[in-house]
Ligand binder design. Sequence first.
Ligand code: IMP
Ligand code: MG
Length: 336
Amino acid sequence: MSCTIIVGGFFGDEGKGKIVAHIAMKDRPVIISRGGVGPNAGHTVTVDAHAYGVRMVPSGFVYPDARLMIGSGVLLDPRVFLREVEALKVKDRIFVDKRCGVIEAHHIERDRGSDHLSKKIGTTGTGCGPANADRVLRVAKQAKDLPELAGYLADVPLEINHALDAGDRVILEGSQGFGISLYFGTYPFVTSKDTSASQVAADNGVGPTRVDEVIVVFKAYPTRVGEGPFSTEMAPDMSKTLGIEEFGTVTHRPRRIGTWDGEMARYAAMINGCTQAAITGIDRVDTACLGKTKYSELTEKAKRFIDAAEKDIGAPVTLISTGPDIDHIIDLRSEI
Ligand code: IMP
Ligand code: MG
């Protein structure tokens, strides 16, 4: 297994960050590179009870021996990037593709303006939509145009493909969920780009024939932030009763919460070319599962849930997250 892509199967916030961090610590990749839209993403990684929220730096940063990269397709907000690089002390091992599109202050203003996208479709207001629009119009800046990024520039596809040629392990991490893909999601309530595994490969200049595994992350109780259809959404008092309120990492808005959507899981697995699935939040299906690290320790109720999910997805569930911490995980990958 040399090139693994990790993406979200529902509407985002499936816990990709934690799954990436776990796989990175365990598989020891030489490169972990971000695909996806840009700093609209918010990935939470909890290590030793400290929660890190990252928006630009790959979630795999917790594994100290990997080089971290941001693929050519991704939008870069230099302010967010430099702040995170400083806070996480990853200056010496992070690289930005020279062709990344740049988000400027006016993109953020256009995203947040009163008659604009943040009101209409509940965007994150991080400037991604307007910046991608400018990129398509060919008026956007690129990372190589910014002096403050000079020390970070690389040809990310070249680095990744050379690593793959050498037989080294690479992880490509997506952002945003399948349901908000510009192509396959609930248009117009979507983000400004496709979010599927093919896009994550393209963002990093990795051809489809070079990808070995696609891990799609699903959460037991899917969530959605912002506007748009959500067929399995539950009433807010129901999620309160279940004790599963959530708030966005980037916007701090309350997340809408729903029940498992088998039909969506099947469709997401198909388009992503899912080879393995991860299920997060199994401790919400049954609180007795919190923090468990072995499949045999799960309750019958949780095992039934996973069996049913596996049938929907049509691929083996090899990773089961049992709580927020990076160690709260059951990893069955060696058993398939
Ligand atoms: P934009 O990506 O900021 O343009 O927002 C478009 C839609 O995608 C809105 O409904 C956002 O709430 C949603 N969205 C964008 N990024 C994320 C994410 O990382 N997690 C969850 N929802 C997201
Ligand atoms: Mg998030």
